[in-house]
Design a protein. Sequence first.
Length: 260
Amino acid sequence: MKLRALLVRALGEDRTKDIRRYLTTWAFRIGLILLVPICIYLPWRQEFLWRVAEDTTVPIRAVRYRFFWDPPLDASLDLGRLAFELLVLAVIVMLVYQYERPGRRETPVATSPTLAYSEVAWSAEMRERDRGDQPRACPACRRTGFYGPREDEAGRHYRMCQFCGFFQSVGEARAQLRPCVHPCGLVREVAGAPYITWVPREQLSYYCESCKGEAAVAESLVTSPAEDADHPWWRVPQQLSHQEYVRFWLTNGAPGRVYL
């Protein structure tokens, strides 16, 4: 905590967040992995006298790689070659970071489930989805693959999680929906469990898309996946990429979208 406070004081809050975000990138991790052998297996420069005639010798320079704790005799560290290797490593890390950065999501805007959800926040999440960025986790249950920004036929903008029933319209406070599965026997299965229709708490009936009839909430209520440790949706892989979730839902009974 003291180190973080010092960094914030020296660099500012925004710059400190940028540094912390960079330290979580794959580019930084790959750089650390490649840095280890570079620092352990070092280039050592040696000079030999090569006899070309009976009374004539010429100096020959050679570079041998040895572990830093076991240098060759009469050798010196080849600083030029070591600097070149570190430069190449820096270029590799930079290229990986440039490739990775477009897929990293923007700074969340109003992600707390208790705060009002703004149109700016909804638009930012829609841009992330359309760009194919890494999907966000639900701000309530922290699951990925179920949460995302949505728009209904009336043009209403909102965000919702199909796993826990978290719901929030633009400009409004959060709401908790109730999970329903109509016992008509026609509800399709998705990822090993019947597809859940989430309805507001005050709603008494809803339209069942499976049997095309009106369904009573009282006879359709089920336990939320978030409250049922044995629910198959707990086995849905987490932290997949945009394309991986599209393929996952497409092969598990749902349209090919980034979130259910």
